[in-house]
Design a protein around this ligand. Structure first.
Ligand code: SAM
Length: 283
């Protein structure tokens, strides 16, 4: 396990993922009934962007840094506001006091009746996660493999909620592992919402994943992509990423069609941003 999210915190991929996680949670809290948020690969929860590891890459500058300094047109600003509220105030460079990972975004949006289950396997990051997030009585932090944890946590007693699967993609079979975990969890909890994040480095692997998802028995899947550079830059820095969303709120596609063009414009390198939102599998 070499991957450490501190090197990437607040980059364009985090902005994309966290802004969309915030939209799904904002939709789910419209109903008063409690819900559960499950994060299979939780990371540190919060990130000090002044730390040496973060300053070595400075990836946040082309992510939250750009977004924080951009003027949000009306309509987009409203959709981004739950995410930006979780980020909090930023300095003149667009740097927040600390950057919220997905657990902290959920922590900011969810209510006293909701519950948060977080898996993190890296020992040092697990301890940081406990310190950053774990003292909240709604939160349970577990040092367990995320896929094993997911199988154990579903169906949650609340019977409504969101699972984020956001692995580091260090192993070549990560797409297969995500798919297997999703199929297993969906069988036990077909009504949950699932968000699966992936990098777009090898377009053939992404197409194969999309075809496998579409061919599975799982229906109602939305695929969202954001690119900040040319689509086929396999050897260069990451330029694209995606989320497959199972059982998305009915509002999400329309919201993504407003947010993603804006994010592509603000975060795109030299005007090379682009995006996509398509239904992979219908009802
Ligand atoms: N979801 C986080 C966020 O958006 O703020 C970022 C997660 S980061 C991409 C992936 C995390 O998974 C890393 O912190 C890594 O240590 C952890 N990890 C790696 N293998 C794992 C496993 N098998 N189970 C749980 N966590 C794992």
């Amino acid at each position: 396990m070499n991957y450490r999210h501190i090197f990437h915190a607040g980059n364009f991929a985090d902005v994309f993922k966290h802004a969309l996680v915030a939209r799904v949670l904002t939709y789910l809290i419209r109903k008063p009934a409690p819900l559960r948020y499950i994060d299979t690969h939780a990371g540190l929860g919060r990130y000090d962007l002044g730390r040496e590891e973060a300053t070595r890459t400075d990836e946040w500058r082309n992510g939250i840094g750009r977004l924080a300094l951009a003027a949000n047109p009306s309509g987009v600003g409203e959709l981004l506001s739950p995410y930006l509220a979780a980020v909090g105030s930023t300095d003149a460079e667009g740097k927040p006091l600390s950057y919220p990972g997905s657990p902290a975004v959920a922590q900011a949006i969810l209510r006293p009746q909701d519950r948060i289950a977080l898996c993190e396997l890296h020992g040092v990051d697990l301890e940081a996660l406990k310190l950053n997030i774990g003292r909240d009585r709604r939160v349970k932090v577990i040092g367990l493999d995320g896929y094993t944890g997911l199988n154990a946590f579903v169906p949650p007693p609340e019977r409504r909620g969101l699972v984020l699967i956001d692995p580091p993609f260090e192993s070549r079979d990560e797409f297969d592992r995500i798919l297997a975990a999703l199929v297993g969890a969906h069988r036990k909890w077909p009504t949950g919402t699932y968000m699966l994040w992936y990098p777009i480095k090898d377009p053939a692997a992404v197409s194969h994943f999309a075809l496998s998802l579409a061919a599975s028995k799982i229906r109602r899947i939305l695929q969202l992509h954001l690119f900040v550079g040319p689509r086929l830059a396999e050897d260069g820095p990451l330029s694209g990423c995606g989320l497959a969303v199972v059982n998305p709120p009915y509002t999400l596609k329309r919201e993504a069609e407003v947010m993603l063009p804006f994010l592509a414009e603000v975060l795109g390198r030299a005007g090379a941003g682009s995006w996509a939102a398509r239904v992979l599998s219908g009802e």
